[in-house]
Design a protein around this ligand. Structure first.
Ligand SMILES: NC(=O)C1=CN([C@@H]2O[C@H](COP(=O)(O)OP(=O)(O)OC[C@H]3O[C@@H](n4cnc5c(N)ncnc54)[C@H](O)[C@@H]3O)[C@@H](O)[C@H]2O)C=CC1
Ligand SMILES: CC/C=C\CC(=O)/C=C/C=C\C=C\C=C\[C@@H](O)[C@@H](O)C/C=C\CCC(=O)O
Length: 305
């Protein structure tokens, strides 16, 4: 028998157990919580054509969702759409070419997605780059794209607008929790994703949008993004520090995209999670306990007399 938790006060014990068996409930501590059923839900993933975005698309399709793929790379995106049609059928995935740093592009594809699928339940703001030379572009994509994608998602998902609620997962990085010397701008954008997303999760709870907003912070992952670390064109004056990141990967390893996709699914499905930061390293995954208030950080008093 499941330990009756807050949800189960309203459900019979039998239905509780059947929900647990169906994977629609999870036991944690003194209670059980509802897990989002992904069947026939509509998801949007940016940066979907390759790497982590593609792994998020595939795990959502495997769990019965329909997925709108957004990526600036039209050729790779269309190739992936054809591959997914073969594997899942022609009505489960759709590709939309768009640049998340363009309001016109991004807003336009969101409208096309709602027109085609009729609803949006899940949004993953994943698109990101490394470019310390053209740092304004990095900020526009890594942070601006996440802000824009979060606002557009809320416009279509929040209950006060007639939306169905749902969940937004913003992809930051472990560089959103601590500085990466080889990439200070990238570090800044990822810290921004963490801070913005936690603040928006608090807003959503206070205003009752019915939308959960969570953050995923992966360690190094084997994708084409890592090749930019070996490119002076992308790391600029910090290129000499690339040995530091190589040491980090030698010390702690490198993740496969499938492991990160499983962590992503936890943030999507667990309806008790809002404003949560989930980090994943080769050693495993863990929810990060960040102070709610700035004053809660460990600190050392200083006399100003
Ligand atoms: N690979 C890694 O070690 C880690 C990656 N991340 C983050 O995960 C996310 C995905 O990264 P990866 O899959 O590794 O990179 P990737 O380079 O393999 O894939 C990124 C995708 O985003 C697309 N994209 C780039 N700029 C875009 C734009 N302006 N509009 C729309 N799409 C755009 C690219 O075309 C590409 O398909 C990024 O936000 C990255 O910062 C976080 C931690 C570790
Ligand atoms: C430039 C971005 C490269 C790839 C994408 C990405 O986001 C990778 C992030 C991977 C790890 C980031 C870790 C950041 C850790 C911070 O806390 C640093 O301050 C850690 C400093 C030293 C760690 C040394 C070690 O662990 O061996």
């Amino acid at each position: 028998m499941s330990k009756l938790g807050p949800i189960c006060h309203f459900l019979s014990p039998v239905s509780c157990d059947s929900l647990v068996l169906q994977g629609l409930m999870c036991e944690r501590g003194a209670g059980v919580w509802l897990m989002m059923d992904l069947k026939d839900k509509v998801a949007v993933v940016t940066g979907a054509a390759q790497g982590l975005g593609r792994s998020f698309v595939e795990i959502l399709l495997k769990n019965g969702s329909k997925v709108a793929l957004i990526d600036v790379n039209k050729s790779v995106g269309n190739e992936l759409k054809a591959t997914l049609d073969e594997e899942y059928g022609r009505d489960r995935a759709e590709f939309y070419a768009a640049d998340v740093s363009s309001e016109e592009d991004f807003k336009g594809v969101f409208e096309k997605i709602v027109e085609k699928f009729g609803r949006i339940d899940i949004v993953c703001n994943n698109a990101g780059i490394i470019n310390e030379k053209h740092w304004e572009k990095t900020i526009a994509i890594n942070l601006g794209g996440v802000v824009r994608g979060t606002y557009l998602a809320l416009e279509h998902m929040k209950k006060e607008n007639g939306g169905n609620g749902g969940v937004i997962v913003n992809i930051a990085s472990m560089a959103g929790l601590g500085p990466l010397p080889v990439a200070p701008i990238y570090t800044a954008t990822k810290h921004g994703v963490v801070g913005f997303s936690r603040a928006m999760a608090a807003v959503s709870k206070m205003v009752d949008y019915g939308v959960r907003i969570n953050i995923l912070c992966p360690w190094f992952v084997k994708t084409s993004l890592l090749s930019f670390l070996n490119s002076e064109e992308h790391t600029g004056i910090f290129f000499p520090l690339k040995g530091f990141t190589e040491m980090m990967m030698e010390n702690h390893g490198c993740l496969e995209v499938d492991a990160v996709a499983k962590a992503f699914l936890v943030l999507v499905k667990d309806e008790s999670k809002n404003g949560e930061v989930l980090m994943i390293e080769p050693e495993g995954a863990a929810f990060v306990s960040l102070p709610q208030w700035g004053k809660d950080f460990p600190s050392t008093p200083v006399s100003l007399q």
